[in-house]
Every structure is written in structure tokens, then in C-alpha cells.
Write a protein that binds this ligand. Sequence first.
Ligand code: BG6
Ligand code: MG
Length: 218
Amino acid sequence: MTNLYRKQIKAVIFDLDGVIVSTDNLHYKGWKKLAEEEQIYFDEIINNRLRGVSRMESLEILLENSKKEYSTEEKAALAERKNSYYVELLASLTPDNILPGVNEVLKELKCKDIQVAIGSSSKNTANILKKIALFEAFDAIADGNDIKHSKPNPEVFLVASKKLGIPPEYCVVVEDAVAGIQAAINADMTSVAVGDAKGYELADYSIDSINQLLDIVI
Ligand code: BG6
Ligand code: MG
């Protein structure tokens, strides 16, 4: 892999869910429980569309299959209910849920003086990072509580870059969601696609495993 960005990269901004930690199945279980209670059809294919999407936008996708119309207040209560199920499930999260290679990559980036941040749509970011014992591992955290517009809007990554004090052109974003890659592009950052987003043609790089990130930035 060519290393065009060698001198320019000063920070890596990681998405959280699906890049640092495996929470997909917990989100799925939370939405599935809500969908069953409301008698709305929901499956893993629909769940894939929720990747990188905010809680309220996820609910709107789920409600595409609902026969019932919900008021704004009812929708807020549904989202809150799903979150309570999800938070219950997060209680079981441990450092074992950190995705393969992540700890090694974080360590290596630190050694090379490359700053690391989180850029996540999740409002549960701090809770999740504490559960997996990585809360102290990042130089900055930008999450769903910091933003008004979710991915593909670049806001969360621009907040992370501002918190780090490193301009976008020096930042790399690692994402598993197409909406997240688009957000990185909209932020004028270098984008690296992993997992579900791998192979997305607009990403600057696609990698099979997070360890390959080191070939790009170091
Ligand atoms: C993203 C997940 O990281 O966070 C989405 O990929 C999720 O699936 C979104 O909907 C919001 O999460 P939370 O924890 O605020 O409900
Ligand atoms: Mg993700």
C-alpha cells in the first residue's frame, strides 16, 4: 500500500460501534424487542441500515414497517424505551468485546505521537468506553451528545478535530458505515473503510483488518 499521507497525518478519529467495539448485536436486540412489542416487522437486514445512523433516525427507519402512525411524543418514548433495553444489554460489555487489533493499533499510534479520538453518533459513548476500559485511551471524544446533525454530516468529526486542535486535513477517519465515510469526505478528512463499509468506492482506503491502518498512517 502506498504511503502518500506519511507526513500529513497527525490524528486518527475512530468511529466507535463496529470499529472499536462490537455492539451491533446489542443494538439489534434492543430494536428487535421494541419492534416485537409494537408488532413491527424488523430483521437483521433492516438493522444493517441503522449502522452509523442516530437513534431517532434509526427509529424512523424501523417505523417504515409500522401500520400505526406515532406522534412526536410517542416516537421520543419509543426511542427512550429502545435505549433502556440497549443500556441494560451494555451492562454485559467487557474489554473482551474490543474488536481484534484495536488495542495494538492504539498503542502503536501513541508510540508514534499520533493523536487518537472517537467520533461516534452514539450518546452512550462514555458508558461503552468505560465498560471496555478504553475511556482514558483517547485524546478527545466527540459523540452524539456534542452534535445536532448526524453522519453523513461531518459535524462529529469536525468537533473531534477541534477538540484535538488538529485541522481536518491532518486527520484520518476509520469507519464501518457508508454514512460515516461520507461524513469523513464532507469533513475533508482522509477516510478508511473497514467491516461493512469495506469496498465502498468513495473511501480513500479499504482495509480487511484494523492493523492495516498502521500501513496508511505511519
Ligand atoms: C452509532 C451506531 O454508532 O450510534 C448506530 O452505529 C446507533 O447504530 C447510533 O443508532 C446511536 O446510538 P445511541 O447509543 O445513541 O442510541
Ligand atoms: Mg459504526
